[in-house]
Write a protein that binds this ligand. Structure first.
Ligand code: FES
Length: 272
């Protein structure tokens, strides 16, 4: 389970707790209000009875004094109701505000640093490429949750196949990254059910341990239940360094099943 899934579950839990609390408060408020109404009625009844007795005594001055007492009680009750309702409103806002701000912080990408925004990779692109070539492994960037892999931009057939793949050419940054810069930034998350897809040294493929989906070096699907190839991030190169856009609204869906630009078969035993 990756971090974004955990955050969604946590927010869901907070929402449930907040909703339960508001429901409880609402029920208590309703109960209190009913009790107060009953008290009001009882007091009104007592006051009416007292007034009637005074009127029956036909003392005009006494009648005035009694009516004034009833008004004071009513003012007291209204003030108590107002205080109770204000208290409930403050508690409700107290619950809602932290939840709303957390939700907004989660949904609105920060736009700088870290996953969800622009990730400035500190290692130069040249160093990344030489590391990929010397280790025969993708270059992993944890803060971008991305694998940097090489696309064989000097292989005419591969470039031609990439240029003939609609899902690549309709995303200019992806196709330029492949055929001009010679790299692809793959999202680590499996497009099947979201597990992190590790690299297999022996097959030189990505192989998902959860349900066995497999992808070639550039993330095109070669087997398993995944509905497409691995998703990719658009990127720019500034001053010889990568700037990867990990805003989830910018993620480009992986290529459809059957896409095979590199013709790379498994280069050894599978890991999964
Ligand atoms: S999550 Fe990767 S194959 Fe199911």
């Amino acid at each position: 389970m990756d971090q974004s899934t955990i955050i969604v579950f946590a927010l869901g839990a907070v929402l449930i707790v907040a909703a339960s609390s508001v429901l409880l408060l609402g029920r208590n408020a309703a109960r209190t209000s009913n009790e107060e109404n009953e008290k009001d009625k009882a007091q009104e009844g007592t006051a009416t009875k007292a007034s009637r007795q005074v009127v029956e005594g036909s003392a005009e001055s006494a009648q005035v004094v009694t009516l004034e007492k009833v008004d004071e009680d009513m003012i007291g009750i209204s003030r108590r109701k107002f205080m109770n309702r204000s208290l409930y409103a403050i508690i409700g806002v107290g619950f809602a505000l932290p939840f709303a701000s957390s939700l907004l912080a989660f949904l609105i990408p920060s736009g700088k640093g870290g996953f969800g925004g622009l990730v400035n990779v500190t290692t130069s692109l040249d160093d990344i490429i030489s590391q990929i070539e010397s280790t025969k492994q993708p270059y992993y960037i944890p803060e971008a949750r991305a694998y940097i892999v090489q696309f064989p931009k000097d292989n005419g057939a591969a470039v031609e196949a990439a240029n003939a793949t609609h899902d690549y050419t309709k995303n200019p940054k992806i196709i330029e990254g492949m055929v001009d810069t010679g790299i692809v930034a793959l999202y680590q998350k499996c497009p099947h059910l979201g597990c992190r897809v590790p690299w297999c040294d022996t097959s030189q493929w990505f192989e998902c341990p959860c349900h066995g989906s497999k992808f070639n070096r550039v993330g095109e699907k070669t087997g398993g239940p995944a509905p497409r190839g691995m998703d990719r991030f658009p990127f720019d190169v500034a001053g010889g360094k990568l700037v990867i856009n990990t805003n989830l609204s910018s993620v480009v869906a992986g290529p459809p099943i059957g896409t095979d630009t590199t013709r790379q078969g498994a280069e050894g035993p599978l890991c999964v």
